[in-house]
Design a protein around this ligand. Structure first.
Ligand code: HEM
Length: 184
């Protein structure tokens, strides 16, 4: 099924692999690896890698993940990525480049989501790093706990809600400065 399945009922009767089509999948991966190799954030990790092999192996892997009857003949994910110091942010950048590439090739959004979701499941085999996401709720809670723990001068009280627009009180303000809430 090289050309892809068109038509109103394709989404119901065909696998994501059949809907994207083998040829289009290869074109997507050619474009994707052009972007990856040239990327200022992750391109350096691919220096010296065999681009043609990467595309072949990733084609097999993606085809399998998208329901194609294809066998993946590359190295296991953990082994293939053991040499490169891959961080969570690198993983997220690759996902972003893949999403952009799929969008620009007009791949249906549910196929894109399926592919990205499968990749996400492979994340622990590619990187041990948790990622670059920031948990704002947790960090605000940590700041509130810290402000309560620090000694506050008599006559002032620890703010229940930390608020940068609130003027710092003499000693309490110092304390908040110490934990980095207000600029010095
Ligand atoms: C789930 C996400 C990923 C998938 C599905 C994937 C897939 C693959 C595949 C199929 C190969 C070829 C394996 C082989 O040669 O046998 C490979 C190699 C490689 N991948 Fe990934 N990869 C992923 C994430 C990443 C990330 C985030 C990076 C770095 C930003 C990365 C960097 C590399 C490099 C540098 C190689 C070549 C290693 C070498 O030349 O020995 N990969 N990847």
């Amino acid at each position: 099924m090289a050309g892809g399945v068109d038509g109103r009922y394709a989404a119901l009767v065909a696998t994501p692999f059949e809907r994207i089509g083998g040829d289009r999948l290869r074109a997507v991966l050619e474009d994707f690896y052009d972007r990856v190799f040239a990327d200022p954030m992750i391109g350096f990790l691919f220096q010296g890698s065999d681009r043609a092999r990467l595309i072949d192996k990733e084609w097999e892997l993606a085809a399998t993940m998208l329901g194609g009857e294809v066998r993946y003949t590359g190295r296991p994910m953990r082994q293939a990525h053991a040499r490169a110091p891959i961080l969570g942010g690198h993983f997220e950048r690759r996902q972003k480049l893949l999403r952009d590439t799929l969008d620009s090739h007009g791949v249906p959004s549910d196929v894109t989501e399926t592919w990205l979701r499968h990749n996400e499941k492979l994340r622990p085999q590619v990187t041990a790093d948790a990622g670059s996401g920031c948990d704002h709720e947790r960090s605000d809670q940590r700041l509130r706990d810290e402000a309560r723990r620090l000694p506050i001068a008599s006559g002032t009280s620890a703010p229940s809600e930390l608020d940068a627009s609130r003027p710092p009180s003499p000693r309490g303000g110092e304390n908040l400065l110490k934990i980095g809430r207000f600029p010095g």
